[in-house]
Design a protein around this ligand. Structure first.
Ligand SMILES: Cc1ncc(COP(=O)(O)O)c(C=O)c1O
Length: 500
């Protein structure tokens, strides 16, 4: 980390008009350059840092401070950032981070985020270029997923929110915009949605938040490849109709959170069409598999969805957060969210111009400029390079799976379809043992996988999403799991990593 400039005290002589701008812009410039250097260095040296380390009690205590009524010099606050915050981050930028499904971020994304903060654009509405940048991404995504040219879309925090918005749009399709004024009514209480048992928990939460209730979500069994069982789905829909319920929505998953399975999206599209259901795809990370020609074919059918939720902050490596929703039917999309307010009146010309604003397409009025870091990322790296990252992650997952298959001490717990590998160390009391192994790995700080449960078994889950992850990190994971497993179970192994 740089020494930073000597002084930058924003207190200085206060602006008589009360502005918060610095009295000495040159001092701020020096301090700012120092802060930028520090973060570039942080990124450059990620590999030599621990993937994660527990924040010490002293550091945590400093965040139980009194309200900061008095000003403090910027360099002092920054110094505290360097000592108390930066070393104890969640580690998803680190090449050894394999827990959950999280992107690694990029230097370009970081710089773009700084530019966005500098502009401080509120992208809820009005006539300014930030809105055009977001519209550009919507048009690019419509083209990527072969949606109609007038498809609408918007940035949201993440796929949890994007999936929630999709459920609301499906609800509008079923009940009309009147649901917004009249509530669900008797008809709405019959609405029934379908997704697989492997779907992300946010689909269930979306049903709760939409007032439809989690009981109105049928969780369909999966086949041996963790894909929604189409026959079971059809049977459930028919049974519900026979019982007087009203099927209205089917949610397919492109990349299930646990194992990375991809539902048969073409079959789901056919079924949705035949049964007059709204067809939404939760493609939180898997949807951007279309960037890889190798994977794109496995997503066939996604182009027929009514909407797709996905995150640029996962496989596209855009810094958090950058969730996105793409919607086929612009009228239905607007009918779900747009509302009149005198203070948001549109004008023919001037700053209040524009026939639709992003606030017409989602729940947020104030919105940050997430589109800028995404635009920079897509333009600077290019889609092909991002597709290569996707391929590399899948190749590393295949390497890991092959390695696990060759070692007696390890057991693969699910087929590896994409970039997620679920496995465990064989040993006594395996559930507890594997949970302890993952805690050990986190504390060691070289690699950080996470845990899940598959068929009742605790599994170590390695989700390879980070563009910085390399073969050496995969080897470190295997070595670390075996060492911790042996230590914890205190057995003399018959197989060794060297034999693999
Ligand atoms: C399949 C799937 N859906 C939804 C989500 C939720 O996405 P977010 O964390 O961006 O809200 C995730 C997160 O990993 C996911 O894997």
């Amino acid at each position: 980390m740089s020494d930073g400039p000597q002084t930058c005290d924003p207190r200085g002589k206060l602006d008589p008009e009360g502005s918060l701008d610095p009295p000495d812009w040159e001092a701020l410039r020096r301090q700012g350059h120092g802060m930028l250097d520090d973060m570039i260095e942080h990124m450059r040296s990620l590999r030599s840092q621990p993937v994660w380390q527990a924040p010490p009690a002293t550091q945590r205590l400093r965040f139980d401070a009194p309200l900061p009524r008095d000003p403090q010099a910027l360099e002092e606050v920054h110094a505290q950032f360097l000592s108390d915050i930066a070393p104890y981050s969640s580690g998803n930028g680190h090449p050894g981070f394999m827990g959950w499904v999280q992107g690694g971020g990029t230097p370009v994304g970081m710089l773009a985020e700084m530019l966005a903060a500098g502009l401080n654009a509120n992208v809820g509405g009005r006539d300014h270029m930030a809105i055009e940048v977001e519209r550009q991404i919507v048009r690019w995504m419509a083209r990527l997923y072969r949606f109609p040219v007038d498809a609408t879309g918007l940035f949201l925090t993440g796929s949890s929110m994007a999936n929630f918005c999709a459920v609301l749009i499906a609800r509008t399709r079923a009940l009309g915009a009147a649901v917004r004024t009249q509530g669900l009514g008797a008809e709405g209480r019959q609405l029934t949605a379908y997704t697989s048992v492997a779907a992300h928990g946010c689909i269930r939460r979306s049903m709760e938040m939409a007032g439809l209730g989690a009981q109105a979500l049928r969780q369909v069994p999966v086949d041996t490849r963790h894909r929604i069982d189409m026959d079971a789905l059809k049977r459930m829909i028919d049974q519900d109709r026979a019982d007087g319920r009203r099927p209205f929505l089917v949610v397919g998953t492109a990349g299930t959170v646990d194992v990375g399975a991809i539902d048969d999206l073409a079959a789901l599209a056919n079924l949705a069409q035949a049964d007059d259901l709204y067809f939404h795809v939760d493609g939180a990370f898997g949807a951007l598999g279309v960037l890889s020609p190798r994977l794109a074919v496995r997503l066939t059918g996604i182009e027929r969805a009514d909407s797709i939720a996905f995150d640029f902050h996962k496989w596209a490596q855009v810094p958090y957060d950058a969730g996105f929703l793409l919607v086929r039917d612009p009228a239905l999309h607007r009918a779900t969210f747009a509302s009149e307010a005198a203070y948001l009146r549109r004008a023919d010309t001037g700053l209040a111009g524009g026939d639709w604003w992003p606030c017409d397409l989602g729940p947020d009025l104030s919105r940050g400029f997430r589109a800028l870091k995404t635009w920079f990322t897509l333009k600077t790296y290019g889609l092909d390079a991002l597709g290569e990252v996707v391929d590399r992650c899948c190749d590393l997952a295949a390497t890991l799976a092959a390695c696990i298959g060759s070692l007696d001490e390890l057991e693969l717990l699910a087929p590896v379809e994409l970039n997620v590998v679920c496995f465990r160390y064989r040993g006594p009391d395996a559930d507890r043992l594997n949970a302890a192994i993952v805690e050990d790995l986190h504390l060691e700080g070289r690699v950080a996988p996470s845990l899940t449960t598959l068929d009742g078994k605790t599994a170590i889950r390695a989700a390879i999403v980070n563009h910085r992850t390399e073969r050496a990190d995969i080897e470190a994971l295997i070595t670390g799991v075996i060492a911790a497993g042996r230590r914890r179970s205190q057995v003399t192994p018959s197989a060794t990593l060297a034999a693999a």
